[in-house]
Structure formats: structure tokens, C-alpha cells
Design a binder for this molecule. Structure first.
Ligand code: PEP
Ligand code: MN
Length: 341
């Protein structure tokens, strides 16, 4: 960490800052320039915020050199992490982008099975479906709960597809773990620190969605928290963020976040064009853009009759459009546009 003093800082103020840093057990290297003094703090600075030092008298600015998400950072783990689900689905590294598809909510066994079969036919490797749904309004469909998990289990056995579903509450963690191959932490829970701590303690891969208004640092710090508790099987999922403009899209698809996170971190990054777009006709172009930008996978909402879906119908692809997208994606990935770091 670098502490830049004000040009007019007195010798006493400079010495006080140095003493304060030493009292924390951190070493210093002091560079007295013609105009300003710069103090490099060397040691366990990650525990302290930049504001901690900025409040000291005579300090102009404090800058971190190292990122605060050490475990998630590429600095600590140079090679790409490959997250493997059930010994056969591989996210990250040089593996081709993995397609995850399914309904926003698990609605009933028959529809889920129909969806799972189409997903499999089209080359998807995982089935997604929400049994516990985070809904903005209280009187909307909030998922089938345990019954939904049981339907997912049936679909998994019928098709062999691995399953991912959201866990909203730490109290449901054991139950959800029993029925799923990967846990989804949704955008609204990206900073539910209790839940992050708990998923950090289980041996299940985690799909970590970016919060609605989360910065990339905050998102990586959420991953860091899970890793800090012992679980390093994390897949980052960009799903669009809130910006000033939501007239034509539900969220703003931050495609740049894909190469940015892949540069900062060794963790795989996938993209959710459905929530980013909010409209089914934008899903295909965004999915393609994400793959070209280096996404290690896509998570896409599909339904036989999107207009009748119990949640997120407007952003859901019907079977024909999903099939067409998968064909196009095959063409894209076969020319190997996949970019590293
Ligand atoms: C979902 O996957 O259906 C969902 C609610 O996503 P997000 O948390 O990204 O809004
Ligand atoms: Mn949804």
C-alpha cells in the first residue's frame, strides 16, 4: 500500500503516520521527494481499508498495489482454474464454453422433462431451474421448494444432465445440496455474507452471480469470501447490471466484465444473456457476443411456451430459437474465437 502525504505535511505528521503503520506490525519504506513524501507500507495491509490511513493527518491519498481478493486473484494462482462438475462437465481453461439451459422456475415434472430433453439434444451439459425463487413482489410465484428439487432430480436421472439450482437461504443449504450438482448464489444474494460463508463450507461448486449493482471488486470479494471458507470451486456469472437506461433492456449487459474478470482472476466466467437482456429477442446476439468475448459458458432460460412461464417469460427462448442459437454457437466455437486472459 502506498501512502502519499500532502506537499505541506509537517515532519511530525509524516513521523506520526510512520509510527502508526509500525504499531500495526507493518514495515515502511519512506521516499522523501522534492515536493511530497511517499510512504510504502509493506506487509499485512489487506486487513486495513485505504480510508483507515486516509484519515490520518497530512495524508493526501492512499493506493493499494495488491488486489484485496488474494485467493481469487491471478496473482496467487496464475493458471486458469477448471471447475469440474460430476467428473465430466468442465468450465474454464481451454474447454469449450458450456451451455446450461432450463426454465427460470421449475413448474411441474412434465414441462421440466420436456425442457431437459431439448437442452440435452442441443448439447447443453447442465440443466438449470429455480425451486426457490427470489421475487421482487411478495404475491408472485416463489417456486415449488422441495418438490421442485425432486423434479430436478428426476430430470437429472432421466437425462444424465447435471443440475444447478439457486439456494436463497443458508437454512436450506443442506436440502439444496442433496439435490443439486452446483449451487447458484443469485444476484440479490451476492452480498448475503452469511450465505456466502455457508456455501464456502460445503463441497459443491458455486455459480456466483454478479449483484445488481455490484462493482467487479465487490463481486470478486464475494468469491474471495467463499474461497476463504474453503470452497474454491467457483464459477463467476455476469448477468447484467443496473445502469441509468432500462428502457429497452432489463439490465445493461456488461460484456467487458468477462475479459476483465478473466484477467484479474483465475476463476471461470460465464454469461447469462437472459437476465442481462430481459427480452428473448436479445438473448441470441448477447449470447454470441459473450462467447466471442471469452465466456466459459452460458446460462439460458428456455421454456416450451415462454408466454405461459410462471417467471421471466419475456426473456425466455422457445425451443426453436434455442435450437437455432445452439447451432450458431457451435459454428462460432468451432472457429476457436475463445480468448485467454
Ligand atoms: C435466475 O437465475 O432466475 C435469477 C433470479 O437470476 P439473478 O439472480 O441473476 O437475477
Ligand atoms: Mn429468471
Amino acid at each position: 500500500m502506498i501512502i502519499i502525504m500532502e506537499p505541506e505535511a509537517s515532519e511530525t505528521q509524516i513521523q506520526n503516520v510512520i509510527n502508526h503503520i509500525h504499531d500495526l506490525g507493518i514495515k515502511t519504506v519512506v521516499n522523501r521527494g522534492v515536493v511530497q513524501t511517499v510512504i510504502a507500507a509493506i506487509g499485512e495491509t489487506a486487513k486495513y481499508s485505504t480510508e483507515h490511513f486516509e484519515t490520518l493527518d497530512g495524508v493526501r491519498k492512499v493506493e493499494r498495489i495488491q488486489v484485496p481478493f488474494k485467493l481469487a486473484s491471478r496473482d496467487s494462482h496464475h493458471d486458469d482454474t477448471v471447475v469440474v462438475i460430476n467428473n465430466n462437465v468442465k468450465f474454464g481453461g481451454d474447454n469449450a464454453p458450456v451451455i446450461i439451459a432450463g426454465p427460470c422456475s421449475v413448474e411441474n415434472e412434465e414441462t421440466l422433462l420436456a425442457i431437459a430433453k431439448v437442452a440435452k439434444e442441443c448439447g447443453a451439459k447442465m440443466l438449470r431451474g429455480g425451486a426457490f425463487k427470489p421475487r421482487t413482489g411478495p404475491r408472485t410465484f416463489e417456486g415449488l421448494g422441495k418438490l421442485g428439487l425432486e423434479f430436478l432430480d428426476i430430470a437429472r436421472k432421466e437425462t444424465g444432465l447435471a443440475v444447478v439450482t439457486e439456494v436463497m437461504d443458508a437454512r436450506d443449504l443442506d436440502l439444496v445440496c442433496e439435490f443439486t450438482d452446483m449451487l447458484q448464489v443469485g444476484a440479490r444474494n451476492m452480498q448475503n455474507f452469511t450465505l456466502l460463508n455457508e456455501v464456502g463450507g460445503v463441497n459443491k461448486p458455486v455459480l456466483l452471480k454478479r449483484g445488481l449493482s455490484a462493482t467487479i471488486d465487490e463481486w470478486l470479494l464475494a468469491a474471495e469470501r467463499i474461497m476463504d471458507k474453503g470452497n474454491s470451486q467457483i464459477i463467476m456469472c455476469e448477468r447484467g447490471i443496473r445502469t441509468f437506461d432500462n428502457k429497452y433492456t432489463r439490465n445493461t449487459a456488461d460484456i467487458a466484465a468477462i475479459p476483465v474478470v478473466k484477467h484479474l482472476s483465475h476463476l471461470p466466467v460465464i454469461f447469462d444473456p437472459s437476465h442481462a437482456a430481459g427480452k428473448w429477442n436479445l438473448v441470441t446476439p448477447l449470447a454470441k457476443a459473450a462467447v466471442v468475448a471469452g465466456a466459459n459458458g452460458l446460462i439460458i432460460e428456455i421454456h416450451p411456451e415462454p408466454e405461459k412461464a410462471l417467471s421471466d417469460g419475456p426473456q425466455t427462448l422457445n425451443f426453436d430459437n434455442f435450437k437455432k442459437l445452439c447451432k450458431d454457437l457451435n459454428k462460432l466455437t468451432s472457429v476457436s474465437l475463445h480468448t485467454k486472459k
